[in-house]
Design a protein around this ligand. Structure first.
Ligand code: SF4
Length: 218
């Protein structure tokens, strides 16, 4: 089988979508193994290694069998695996609303346009902001979302400047601002956003309030 026929998968499970403008909706998650970044606050380091190599058709069948209208492909970094592009296409063909969580470093140019890309732009405290692939912004449209995960005031100012200087609201109305759990108080972020009149959606990671902190597969 070719590299387009198989994927290394960490887990496939149904839960609620915890973030983005789809937050709260039942969602099937396909979590791929492997990431080429190492954000200091990464909350899925368990997906860096291991996993099970599966035929793409089996991954598709397993995900569709969970029967949610929304399916998200996440990681790790899904776009490191060539089979993710055809898998995304097949999920769309099956009538699902398809989300792709991606780091902002991987090239999103060839992602099926029906997919809602939820793309990070890494802020300085992640340790990976030098990896942002700014040309990806050319491929972000109104159905896509840009996410900032913020650990401190410096990260907030990075987001504020990027939103303004790169005119992100012109590309998409879905600009997401999250806090690193336990590092930045959401009330501080809300205050800063209000003070600056910034057109972002402050979001809390809903699944972390629903499930225990050490839960996997949620
Ligand atoms: S890009 Fe995502 S999976 Fe990779 S290290 Fe950063 S937070 Fe973790």
């Amino acid at each position: 089988m070719s590299r387009e026929d198989t994927l290394v998968i960490h887990e496939i499970y149904a839960s609620i979508q915890g973030e983005s403008s789809f937050a709260g909706l039942p969602c099937t998650f396909i979590r791929t193994t492997g990431c080429n970044l190492r954000c200091v606050w990464c909350d899925t380091p368990q997906a860096f290694y291991g996993g099970t190599r599966k035929a793409r058709g089996d991954v598709l069948r397993e995900a569709l069998a969970l029967r949610t209208a929304v399916v998200e492909v996440t990681g790790g970094e899904p776009l490191l695996q060539p089979a993710v592009l055809p898998l995304l296409r097949e999920l769309c063909d099956a009538g699902r609303t398809v989300l792709l969580e991606t780091s902002g470093e991987a090239d999103v140019a060839r992602v099926d346009p029906r997919v809602h890309k939820i793309m990070d732009l890494k802020a300085p405290a992640s340790g990976e902001s030098h990896r942002n692939r700014w040309s990806n912004l050319e491929h972000i449209g109104a159905g896509d979302e840009i996410k900032f995960v913020l650990a401190d005031r410096g990260d907030y100012e990075f987001m504020r400047d990027v939103v303004r200087e790169r005119d992100l609201p012109r590309r998409t109305p879905h600009l997401l601002a999250s806090t690193v759990f336990g590092a930045l108080a959401p009330k501080d972020l809300v205050r800063w956003v209000l003070d600056d009149g910034l057109p972002v959606r402050v979001q809390l990671q809903m699944h972390k309030y629903v499930w225990p902190p050490d839960a996997r597969g949620v």
